[in-house]
Each structure stands twice: as structure tokens, then as C-alpha cells.
Design a protein around this ligand. Structure first.
Ligand SMILES: Cc1cc2nc3c(=O)[nH]c(=O)nc-3n(C[C@H](O)[C@H](O)[C@H](O)COP(=O)(O)OP(=O)(O)OC[C@H]3O[C@@H](n4cnc5c(N)ncnc54)[C@H](O)[C@@H]3O)c2cc1C
Length: 470
């Protein structure tokens, strides 16, 4: 969803022939359907990309259906000499793209795919024994050792447009894709929070590099501070490449050596993104299967509807969890630290299967990513190859006090607790009657009592875990 550092577009333009630029909204073929927030993002990203392409003389044609039939049919109708695209790494996507490549080759057309989404292809980084990594640190060490020397590609200045063939597959208008919410329009908060598209991505990257990179290493975990890049949906939709982001961080250090720690940490986070794609490539069922088979025996609870709804809607009575879940619903994102706390609450305090939480995040996150979302859920649940151990159970009140010491993050998203002082805002049931009254907080009425007691829930989770350990 970008023009700069787009290897497939660059190769096509270099070839010199007129171009058909297409985007297929894929359905079927075993692909995972976009969630609601991703659909919203995709609509605006396609809109932005269409305009950019038109500004340089081209046109973005939209189609809807199965890429496996559309691409060969369109290539034939257009008598295309060559077809180019950037690779993707899910098993179903790889199968579709491989099928397209063979169909085009059968028809005698040049077909070529490129790496536009990652710094390193998942198969480029190998252990000494030639296998895949399961643990992040040695993976990232190997990736850094390999380095990245490919130049960042300029956006084309002009595109020569080929006419769309009359006998080609039917095109769709953006509105035909039906990506925006109908009623209720839940996207008001998303519109305020985000500017999808390459221009928005570039502006975000520049602002982060200028204002926040130097303090990133220390500010990234503080919830009330906008200390992270907020690039994840832009990266997810390819509006900016990870190599552009990495290059900007390296450039930031060259200009301001004090930003070295921040840049290293930022690169390491991009490294998690790389690692997660590496693991997904080697374990294609990462969104559905525990990476540690011992967890197949863990008896997740069949969550009562009321508990699951309380978690989804931010009414658990645990302020930091509720603030995070409401941030997610309102803005289409959630701070990484709170994602960990809220996910841990579902998996360990309520004993809900991580796949239920993963599916909810998939629907609500603008950055919902087929590798990052399940891999992070598996990290939290302890079921991943490189994961936080199951027995390490976050205390959400302590996490809140540590990462939101003044309570401002909770106040922003749980306004009914806004009047509480910092020393009780993460555990409102510990406030005295006088303090609660002054703050207008009546537990059980204006704000829920906790749906589960922390110590009791912790003991329950540990007992269940003891049952599968042996
Ligand atoms: C339960 C759970 C679910 C998650 N689901 C997703 C998801 O669907 N999509 C997604 O992109 N991230 C996901 N994350 C990771 C992380 O929360 C987000 O990438 C981060 O919050 C995005 O904010 P940012 O762009 O400001 O990050 P920054 O701190 O600025 O980091 C820069 C970039 O590094 C990458 N990154 C940072 N942290 C991680 C991480 N833990 N794993 C992988 N990549 C990372 C992202 O691309 C991010 O944009 C999830 C984390 C958890 C705990």
C-alpha cells in the first residue's frame, strides 16, 4: 500500500512497459478474513493509494474474488508480458501465490515476486544446523549479523498506464468492497486516531524520529505517554516498509548519538516483528495450534458469556484491563504493555483459551497481523516457543501502579474512576468510603466490582498448570 520502497512496483516500472496496477480483495482460498478494524483501515488505505497512483499518471484497479483465478485471467486478457507482486508468508497465501506463479508460467508470462514486507525473508536466517529459530534473541543476533545492505527504493515519479482490457475480470468500486462499518458507526474514534495511507505513515515515522526516538527506551512502557511510534498498522498494511523504519532509526542516531539506546530498542521491536514472521513461516498454524504441545492438555474454561463480555467491553472491575479494552474498542489499538496485561487477564485470571482473545483482537485491532497477533498471544499464554512462562502471572494492580503511576491512562479511558487519587485508582475497592464518595465512585453501581479475585485466580491458574506440567 505504498509507492516508495516497493520492489514489485519498482521492477515493473523499470521494465518500461505500460502498467495495470491492481488490488484484489480476496475471498475464499482458505485465507483469513480481515477483522472489522482492518477492513476500515484497508478502505482508507486503498483510497489513499488510488489517489497517489493517479497523481503520477496511473490508476489502481480494484477487483474482488479469488486471486488464483483473477490474476491469470486478467494477465491473459491484457496480454501482459509480466506480472510482479510482493510476497506474503501465511500458508494459504503462499499456496495461492505459488498457484498464480505456475499458471502464469504455463501461459508463458514472466512472473516475479519480491520481499516488500520484511527486512529478511523468513528462510534467510538459519541456525548453525540449518534449521529455523524458535527463540528471539539468537534469531535477532543472527539477523543483525547478516545486516541489511539493500538500498531503499525511490517512489516512481510517473506511471505509464495500460488500458484495462474489456474482456478482463469485472472491476469493483471501492464502495463495492463494503469495508466500512454500517450502523452503528463504531469508527469515529479510529478516524480521530489515525491517518491511513503512505503519507500518514511517513508523517508518523518522521514525527516519531524527531520527537520520541531518544526517549523511546524508557518511555515505551509508560502508558500515559505517547512514547511509541504507533507505526504498527502502517507496517501491517505495507504503507511503510520495515527497512524504511530501520533506516530512519539509524539515520536518527547518526544525527543525535543520544538516541542510540532508543534506536537499538526500536530496531529490536522491529526484530520481534521479523521473528514472528519467521516462526509463522515455519509453523503455518500458529493462529490455531499451541506451539508447545503440552498445552493441548490445559483445560481452558468454557467462559461464561458474562465473563467474556465483561473482558471485551472493559467491565472486569480491574481498571488497567478495562482501560486497555476500552482503548482498543475506541481507537483500534492498545498500548503494548496493556495488551500483555489484558491478554494475561483473559488467559490466566479467567482461564480463557488464548485463541478466543486472539480472535477478538483480530477483529478490533487496526494492526491485526497474522503473525504478530497469534505469536504475541502465544507469548502471553506461555504456549509459544519463546514465551513468558505460564506460571509468571501478572498482578494487574501492580502493573498499573508501575506503568501508569499517576493513573492518567485509566482516567482517560475509564472516566467513571477519574476522581480517584493515584494511590487507589488501580484498586478502587481499597479506597476508603470517604475517598470513594468524594470521587463519585460506587462499586457495583458506577463501576463494577472485580469479576475475579487476583490471589484466588492466580492460585487456580497455577493449580491447573501443575496438572499439565508432568
Ligand atoms: C496480545 C498481543 C497482541 C498483539 N497483536 C499485534 C498485532 O496484531 N499486530 C502487531 O503489529 N502487533 C501486535 N502486538 C505487538 C505490539 O503490541 C504492537 O506491535 C505495538 O503495540 C504497536 O505499537 P507501536 O507501533 O507504537 O510500537 P513500537 O513500540 O513503536 O514498535 C515499533 C514496531 O515494532 C513492532 N513491534 C513492537 N512490539 C512488537 C511485538 N511484541 N511483536 C511484534 N512486533 C512488535 C511493530 O511493528 C511496531 O510498530 C501484540 C502484542 C500483544 C501483547
Amino acid at each position: 500500500m505504498r509507492l516508495a520502497d516497493h520492489p514489485a512496483l519498482h521492477a515493473a516500472v523499470t521494465r518500461g512497459a505500460p502498467l495495470l496496477c491492481i488490488y484484489i480483495f480476496e475471498e475464499g482460498d482458505g485465507l483469513r478474513a480481515h477483522g472489522g478494524a482492518s477492513r476500515w483501515w484497508l478502505h482508507h488505505s486503498l483510497d489513499a493509494l488510488s489517489r497517489q497512483i493517479e497523481q503520477i499518471g496511473g490508476r489502481l484497479d480494484l477487483l474482488r474474488g479469488q486471486a488464483s483465478t483473477i490474476v491469470p485471467a486478467l494477465a491473459a486478457a491484457a496480454k501482459a508480458g509480466a506480472v510482479f507482486w510482493n510476497r506474503r508468508y501465511g500458508a494459504a497465501e503462499i499456496a495461492v501465490d505459488a498457484g498464480i506463479k505456475s499458471a502464469l508460467a504455463r501461459d508463458g508470462r514472466h512472473a516475479e515476486s519480491f520481499n516488500g514486507a520484511l527486512i529478511h525473508e523468513p528462510w534467510e536466517i538459519r541456525t548453525k544446523a540449518g534449521g529455523a529459530y524458535g527463540v528471539y534473541t539468537p534469531y535477532w543476533r543472527a539477523a543483525l549479523a547478516l545486516g541489511d545492505t539493500a538500498p531503499i527504493l525511490e517512489a516512481p515519479r510517473a506511471l505509464a498506464r495500460a488500458p484495462y482490457p474489456a474482456s478482463g475480470p469485472a472491476r469493483a468500486a471501492l464502495t463495492d468492497l463494503d469495508l466500512l462499518p454500517r450502523r452503528p458507526d463504531w469508527a469515529a474514534g479510529l478516524r480521530l486516531a489515525w491517518t491511513p495511507g503512505e503519507t500518514g505513515a511517513r508523517a508518523r515515522l518522521d514525527a516519531f524520529m524527531q520527537d520520541d526516538l531518544a526517549a523511546y527506551a524508557s518511555a515505551r512502557d509508560m502508558l500515559a505517554v505517547a512514547g511509541t511510534s504507533r507505526l504498527s498498522p502502517h507496517l501491517r498494511f505495507g504503507e511503510i516498509s520495515p527497512r524504511q523504519a530501520a533506516e530512519a532509526a539509524r539515520h536518527g542516531v547518526a544525527n543525535a548519538p543520544a538516541a542510540r539506546d532508543g534506536a537499538q530498542k526500536f530496531l529490536a521491536e522491529l526484530g520481534w516483528r521479523e521473528f514472528n514472521h519467521h516462526v509463522m513461516f515455519h509453523h503455518p498454524d500458529v493462529a490455531t495450534q499451541n506451539l508447545r504441545a503440552a498445552f493441548d492438555r490445559l483445560p481452558w474454561r468454557d467462559l461464561p458469556r458474562a465473563e467474556l463480555d465483561a473482558w471485551k467491553q472493559g467491565r472486569t472491575g480491574c481498571p488497567i484491563v478495562d482501560a486497555g479494552m476500552r482503548e482498543l474498542w475506541r481507537t483500534g489499538t492498545m498500548h503494548n504493555r496493556v495488551r500483555m496485561i489484558a491478554a494475561s487477564f483473559l488467559v490466566k485470571h479467567l482461564l480463557g483459551d488464548w485463541r478466543i482473545g486472539e480472535a477478538w483482537f483480530w477483529d478490533c485491532l487496526c494492526d491485526a497481523d497474522p503473525a504478530n497477533n497469534p505469536m504475541n498471544w502465544q507469548w502471553v499464554a506461555g504456549t509459544g516457543t519463546d514465551a513468558s512462562p505460564f506460571f509468571r502471572i501478572f498482578n494487574p494492580m501492580l502493573q498499573g501502579a508501575k506503568f501508569d503511576p499517576n493513573g492518567d491512562y485509566v482516567r482517560r479511558f475509564v472516566p467513571e474512576l477519574a476522581g480517584l487519587p493515584a494511590n487507589v485508582i488501580h484498586a478502587p475497592w481499597t479506597a476508603s468510603a470517604a475517598v470513594s464518595e468524594r470521587a463519585g465512585v460506587r462499586l457495583g453501581t458506577s463501576y463494577p466490582r472485580p469479576i475475579v479475585d487476583h490471589i484466588w485466580a492466580r492460585d487456580r491458574a497455577l493449580a491447573i498448570y501443575a496438572g499439565i506440567k508432568g
